[in-house]
Write a protein that binds this ligand. Structure first.
Ligand code: KIV
Ligand code: ZN
Length: 509
């Protein structure tokens, strides 16, 4: 059997803490369930001491997830460790992940502590965590800019204190693959008790090398990789889970290691993160970008028609992109729709299928060809529905090159229909101004983006908006063949989410 690399997913911690990727508690729970289904070994659910909201999300994830270990992050002090344990203790497989910086740069400028002092703090932290669980991970922050012998001394002592995983973060994304591989090899040879721990790596992507560095580390003995879906994370992000999993699978001949990842669930997991955060991946992103499996050039297409092997190193199906690209249309029935959903790898209940089918029918009335991407969008919308305090009942917009953009909007708020009219610098601005007035919301619009879901002229426009109010941040999503309607739906969806968060006191961090 191939040697196994453990996948430690930090989408909900390092990913979520990066700008634009905030998630609320129900969203984090949904992601955690998907990561479990994906086959992630360890889910880093959050940083419990950071806020009540983070604590609560980690606690709920710990109570829900059974097949993956649940890690809570803690700085190397008693308060953080105790709090992390409180949050994760209900998990079937809890893990405390404690960390402290080891580079002289951080010690001198940030912590103003000596190497010996930091060593003692780290050892005490691991001992504290060990009182709660045998599953303790220690991270040496900024390891790649740390003195190698000090790093080895640190790892030797924390392993003696009980750490079963030692993590080597390239916190600032400074390492290059050959050098990073050598560092791992140095640790393997110079930490005498290293056989009692798993070596982990955690690479940031500032120089675009996070995945390459992680792979170099695996070559040299690392057996845990910390990564995120779509590579989201601080600054330029973390190593991307999907790339690592597919490199190890596709080039098993080179690495002779594998992961427990169900690669067929990669596509949906990536879409889920985009739907929740509103942050799309670039079209040419490896594995999950819209063009990752699209062959445009005539020579390539010719080769592919003759034999897939000519230009295809992995199949789209292996990452969960549905095989059938046959479009559905207004004559497609419930049966075909249900089959397509199953083929796309989604498991929906009857109620969700019925709602999705209704939306599909409405769409196929106005759009000739309904593609998998359209269906995906409908499903995401149905899955993420929150109770609707606000409903868009009517929207009429007039605009043009000689007209003052004017919007008339009717909203159903708590069952009562209200109406108003207003102008703006453009049709979306006019619509948003009226909705804002009708909903009497104090929320601030932080972001607005429009994408086309498919390539055709009657394509649906997909709109994401980000709203903020009293520290709560939400992403609203709307799609329609009319982008002004899509924009209005996205705004109303965000208002409903804000309402839901306020009612459920779900806190943002
Ligand atoms: O980048 C980093 O060093 C981290 C640690 C907390 C592991 O995220
Ligand atoms: Zn990090």
């Amino acid at each position: 059997m191939a040697d196994r690399v453990r996948i430690f997913d930090t989408t909900l911690r390092d990913g979520e803490q990066s700008p634009g990727n905030t998630m609320n508690t129900p969203e984090k729970l949904r992601v955690a369930r998907q990561l479990e289904a994906l086959g992630v070994d360890i889910i880093e659910a959050g940083f419990p001491i950071a806020s009540e909201g983070d604590f609560d999300a980690v606690r709920q994830i710990a109570e829900t997830i059974k097949e993956s270990e649940i890690a809570g992050l803690a700085r190397a002090n008693n308060e953080d460790i105790d709090r992390a344990w409180e949050a994760i203790k209900a998990a079937r497989m809890p893990r405390i992940h404690t960390f402290i910086s080891t580079s002289d740069i951080h010690l001198k400028h940030q912590f103003r502590k000596s190497r010996d002092e930091v060593l003692e703090i780290a050892v005490n932290a691991v001992k504290r965590a060990k009182q709660y669980t045998t599953n303790v991970e220690f991270s040496a922050m900024d390891a790649t800019r740390s003195d190698r012998d000090y790093l080895c001394r640190m790892f030797t002592e924390v392993i003696d204190a009980g750490a079963v995983t030692v993590n080597v973060p390239d916190t600032v994304g400074y390492a290059v693959p050959e050098e990073f591989g050598k560092l791992i090899n140095y640790i393997v040879t110079n930490v005498p008790n290293i056989s009692q721990a798993v070596i982990s790596v955690h690479c940031h992507n500032d120089l675009g090398l996070a995945v390459a560095n992680s792979i170099a580390a695996i070559r040299n003995g690392a057996r845990q990789v910390e990564c995120t879906i779509n590579g989201i994370g601080e600054r330029a992000g973390n190593a991307s889970l999907e790339e690592i999993a597919m490199i190890l699978r596709t080039r098993k001949d080179v690495f002779a290691v594998d992961t427990r990842i169900n690669t067929e669930k990669i596509h949906f997991t990536s879409k889920l993160i985009t739907a929740i955060t509103g942050v799309s991946v670039q079209p040419n992103k490896a594995i999950v970008g819209a063009n990752a499996f699209a062959h445009e050039s005539g020579i390539h297409q010719d080769g592919l028609l003759k034999a897939k092997l000519t230009y295809e190193i992995m199949t789209p199906e292996s990452v969960g992109i549905p095989k059938s690209s046959l479009v559905l249309g207004k004559h497609s029935g419930r049966h075909a729709f249900r089959e397509r959903i199953a083929e796309m790898g989604y498991t929906l209940g009857d109620k969700e299928i019925n709602l999705a089918f209704k939306r599909f029918k409405a769409l196929s009335d106005v759009k000739k060809d309904v593609y998998n991407e359209d269906i995906e969008m409908i499903i995401m919308d149905e899955i993420y529905k929150v109770p609707e305090r606000y409903k868009l009942v009517y929207l009429n917009v007039s605009c043009g090159n000689t007209t003052v953009p004017t919007a008339t909007v009717k909203l159903d708020i708590d069952g009562a229909v209200v109406q108003d009219v207003g102008v703006g610098v453009g049709p979306v601005d006019a619509t948003y101004k009226v909705i804002k007035r009708l909903a009497k919301t104090n929320s601030k619009l932080l972001k607005f983006s429009v994408n086309s879901i498919t390539r055709d002229m009657d394509a649906q426009g997909e709109v994401f908006v980000k709203l903020e109010e009293n520290g709560y941040t939400v992403i609203g999503k709307g799609a329609d063949t009319d982008i002004i309607v899509a924009s209005a739906n996205a705004y109303v969806n965000a208002l409903n989410k804000l309402e839901y968060m306020k009612q459920n006191k779900s806190e943002d961090v």
